[in-house]
Design a protein around this ligand. Structure first.
Ligand code: SAM
Length: 186
């Protein structure tokens, strides 16, 4: 099966001083990422957080929009958020994909920084379209993913760049641009 999955990771990340940290969940990221993913046909969005309290908080938010008052108030948002699955880490998401499709996903890392052995968006798009297999697009938070996570990826996408040297996007904007580079106009 050809499928793209997205995972928003919060641990282990680095902070401003390159220290290893766990970041907090930003609710607007969930709303925006789930809408972008629903628009471009992403099979499932995993939100990974190691803290049970943080997962509970997200669960309450999802329940509000999926079946609570929010569902009647804004059915479009309900539809988009229904593609979200909560997990504790990357391995749980991989296990869920394996369970669903019987294949391990190819892990695709992302970062705003240059360096390393990077694959261009057009190259990635061509391999995605040319193969019947699942890919898991890894998105970071804070100041980006720790090397421990980056090192697990099979592919590392080039950073998104515009015509200026500045390229520090919010993760939700980065996600939307990546999806458009993978599935958008040609
Ligand atoms: N300096 C960090 C880095 O290099 O990843 C920025 C972290 S950013 C706030 C959070 C996440 O958004 C990143 O882990 C990456 O997934 C994504 N992101 C932000 N800007 C990006 C860019 N220009 N190119 C690719 N991904 C980007």
């Amino acid at each position: 099966v050809r499928a793209l999955y997205v995972i928003l990771l919060h641990d282990p990340m680095v902070d401003k001083q390159q220290k290893i940290v766990t970041t907090a969940v930003t609710p607007i990221d969930l709303h925006d990422i789930s809408r972008s993913c629903a628009t471009y046909g992403v099979r499932q969005v995993f939100i990974a957080h190691p803290a049970i309290e943080m997962r509970k908080l997200i669960r309450n938010l999802l329940v509000h929009w999926e079946s609570g008052f929010g569902a009647q108030y804004n059915p479009n948002r309900q539809e988009a958020l229904s593609n979200i699955q909560l997990v504790s880490d990357l391995d749980e998401a991989i296990a869920k994909i394996d369970l669903e499709l019987g294949v391990l996903p190819t892990l695709v890392a992302t970062s705003a920084k240059d360096g390393g052995d990077r694959i261009t968006f057009s190259h990635f798009r061509a391999s995605y379209e040319g193969e019947e297999k699942p890919y898991l697009l890894m998105l970071g938070t804070g100041w980006g993913m720790a090397n421990e996570l980056l090192d697990r990826a099979d592919l590392f996408l080039e950073p998104i760049k515009g015509p200026t040297p500045y390229n520090h996007l919010s993760v939700r904007s980065a996600c939307a641009i990546m999806l458009d580079r993978i599935f958008g106009l040609r």
